[in-house]
Structures are given as structure tokens and as C-alpha cells.
Design a protein around this ligand. Structure first.
Ligand SMILES: [Zn+2]
Length: 388
């Protein structure tokens, strides 16, 4: 009897692993369809992609259980999959199928963007080895930029790697001249990461065109009418262009944090793929690197950035201790558990504190210490005190 129960439990687990994989494939297909849909005005071939994705979506489900036409599928993507895909959702982690892919504005939602960002590691770790793991939609959409940056980073020496990566994090936008100067000053390598500022990230007042960097990541905020917002959901906040003018003659923009409108003339910014995969996680990485280097008793020399070209994110010597740190800024903790980090200290941004307990449960026992950035800083301060 006990034996039978165990077998049943095993079967159920195998079943739910299969279903989780299926949900992953459905989500990826949905994302790719949504992406094509949102660019259908500029790219006529997007329609073909939408109907191809509809076919792919149906092939993953039992006959008759998916959306009947491509436009039914697009309509459905405005609701979480849990509400319209007939699966046994009960056994799956809450994070699966619980978000909306297409927003009311016809663009990918912040949640969908975050889901896509979770594949970042496959791109920039494992140089070459992990690429198959990246969903096709990301590969195709970002292929050219990715390939360029990927090639440059794989051929770089450690110092150039750090300079190039840090530049893409700290200078996600600026005039072409400014970006080119920064590249030389930092000793960063030339990549195809930058493109002219796209029209959806600028606005016109009078005869001039303007953009506003996000107060967190400095990437130009998305513009809709007179409203601006960063496309990353964790950098939340809605900003409004006013009729006033600031002391530089630029239109004043008001919102939850002080920001400035800058002239859009000659401005370039990093491609969306670079922003998602390098700039966004990099903001937390660089902030922690800077904090560590500033601690009395540590200093710049004791902080190694992206050692071995990003086998993990930071190595730091604090007192008698050496900390090897991997920062994990992803929406789904189960993705981290699926590919266990190479460093002992797993650190998540404070806004993902809820993931700590789940990661401690799901990572191999005894090998990891999981903390938020805030708790990790406390651990470093304690190590410094003891080392004195
Ligand atoms: Zn931002």
C-alpha cells in the first residue's frame, strides 16, 4: 500500500514536470506571437509569424482545446494562460501561466518582458554552450545584435570584457559623440549594441524632440501621449510631460522621482536585447560592486567584477573571508534552481525578497547561502568586524 502511494507520487511529479515544460513552450510561443503582433505595423511579415505561432500553439495542445484562429489567440493573450488553457494547473508553481502577455496598449506587458529577461544567462554565460536553451523568439528577434555582442564578448580579454559590459550598463543612452568618447575612455570594445533612439521613446514639444532616461536604469522611457514609463516593471512609476519649462529650456517632466528631459538630437541607445539582458540585471550588480569597493577594509582591489568572464558576478575579499557572489534578478526562482549557480553566495535584489525562502528550499542543501542584497551587505559588514 505504502509502495503504491510512493509510485503514485512519483508519477504525479513526473506529470507536473512535463506540464511545466509544456507551459514553458506555450509561453514562449505566446511571447513570440505577441512580439510579432506588436510590430505588425512596421513589419508586414509579422502577420505570417503570428499565424505560424498559432499553428505551433495548437500543436502543443490536444485537438480542439486551443484558440480557433490566430486572432482568437491574440485576444486570449490579453488574459493569463491559467484562465484559458485547459491544463492541470493546480500542481504547478504559481509563477507559471499566471501573467498576461499582451497589454491593453497592444505591447508586451512588463511581466512578459521580465519572463523574456530570465533567459539572459544563457546568452552571456557559457559562451557558446548555452545558446540552444534560448527560446527561438528571442534568438530571432535579437539575433543580429546578440551575435555581434556575443562575438565581441567571447573574444575579449577579461579587462576588455569588464569595461565593455560595464559601459553597456552605465551608458545605455547618450549622444553618438558622448557614447563614442565613453567607449574610448573606458577601453570598451566596439559593439553593435547602440541604435538611433527609436520613435516610441521620444516626444516632440514645439520644434524639438526629447527623451527622458529612466531614473533607475537610464534607458529612455517609453512614451505614450504625454505619459512616460520605463518598460521594466520593477522600475515602476508614471511620469507626465507638463507645459512648463525647466532651467535648461527643456519641457518639465513630473513623476514619483526627479527626472530631466534631454534633447533627442543625435541620440543613440542600447538595443532592447542589450537593455534587457545586460543593463537591467547590471544595475543591481554594479550598485553592489560599488558599495563593496567603498567599504573601509575592502577597497577597489579586493573586488573582482565578473570573474572568468562571468562564471559568477563578483568575488570580494572582506576581512578573512572571500565571498563569491551570483546575483539573481529573475522573475522565476525555479529557473535558478534548474541551473544551480557556480558561486556559493546567491543574492537577490531586495524587491525579490519573497524568493529567498523558495531558493533555499529548492537549491541543493549545504552548498548555497541565499540572501537579499540588504542581508548580504550585513553579512559583509559582520565579516569585516570579525576580521579586525
Ligand atoms: Zn528603467
Amino acid at each position: 500500500m505504502a509502495r503504491e502511494t510512493q509510485d503514485n507520487a512519483g508519477l504525479r511529479r513526473a506529470d507536473s514536470t512535463r506540464t511545466a515544460k509544456l507551459v514553458g513552450n506555450l509561453t514562449t510561443t505566446g511571447l513570440r506571437a505577441a512580439r510579432a503582433w506588436s510590430s505588425r505595423r512596421e513589419q508586414p511579415e509579422a502577420w505570417r509569424e503570428v499565424s505560424r505561432m498559432h499553428g505551433a500553439f495548437l500543436s502543443l495542445l490536444p485537438p480542439g482545446s486551443g484558440p480557433t484562429t490566430p486572432s482568437d489567440m491574440i485576444k486570449a493573450l490579453h488574459r493569463p494562460m491559467r484562465q484559458w488553457v485547459p491544463l492541470t494547473w493546480g500542481d504547478l508553481p504559481d509563477e507559471l501561466g499566471s501573467f498576461t502577455i499582451l497589454g491593453e496598449d497592444g505591447l508586451l506587458t512588463g511581466d512578459a518582458i521580465e519572463y523574456g529577461s530570465d533567459y539572459s544567462e544563457a546568452l552571456f554565460e557559457n559562451h557558446g554552450a548555452g545558446i540552444d536553451w534560448v527560446p527561438r523568439w528571442a534568438q530571432q528577434t535579437f539575433e543580429k545584435v546578440e551575435r555581434s555582442i556575443y562575438t565581441v564578448l567571447s573574444s575579449a580579454g577579461q579587462e576588455e570584457y569588464v569595461a565593455t559590459r560595464q559601459m553597456l550598463i552605465e551608458v545605455p543612452a547618450g549622444t553618438a559623440e558622448f557614447v563614442s568618447d565613453a567607449l574610448h575612455e573606458r577601453g570598451a570594445l566596439h559593439t553593435e549594441a547602440y541604435e538611433p533612439l527609436p520613435p516610441d521613446r521620444r516626444f516632440v514639444v514645439g520644434r524639438d524632440s526629447w527623451y527622458v532616461p529612466c531614473p533607475v536604469c537610464s534607458w529612455p522611457m517609453h512614451v505614450q501621449g504625454a505619459e512616460l514609463a520605463c518598460r521594466y516593471p520593477q522600475h515602476s512609476g508614471l511620469f507626465k510631460v507638463t507645459d512648463e519649462v525647466d532651467d535648461t529650456g527643456a519641457p518639465r517632466v513630473r513623476g514619483p522621482r526627479p527626472v530631466r528631459a534631454l534633447s533627442a538630437a543625435e541620440v543613440v541607445c542600447v538595443h532592447e536585447a542589450v537593455w534587457r539582458y545586460i543593463t537591467i540585471p547590471g544595475v543591481t550588480e554594479v550598485e553592489l560592486m560599488t558599495w563593496l569597493a567603498e567599504q573601509p577594509g575592502i577597497g577597489t582591489d579586493a573586488v573582482t567584477k565578473w570573474p572568468h568572464k562571468d562564471r559568477w558576478d563578483i568575488t570580494v575579499r572582506a576581512g578573512a573571508d572571500i565571498f563569491e557572489i551570483d546575483l539573481k534578478d529573475t522573475r522565476s526562482p525555479s529557473q535558478v534552481a534548474a541551473r544551480p549557480p557556480r558561486a556559493r553566495h546567491v543574492v537577490v535584489p531586495d524587491y525579490r525578497a519573497w524568493q529567498v525562502a523558495q531558493l533555499r528550499r529548492s537549491l541543493p542543501p549545504g552548498q548555497y547561502e541565499v540572501r537579499t542584497v540588504r542581508a548580504f551587505k550585513t553579512a559583509v559588514r559582520n565579516a569585516l568586524k570579525e576580521g579586525r
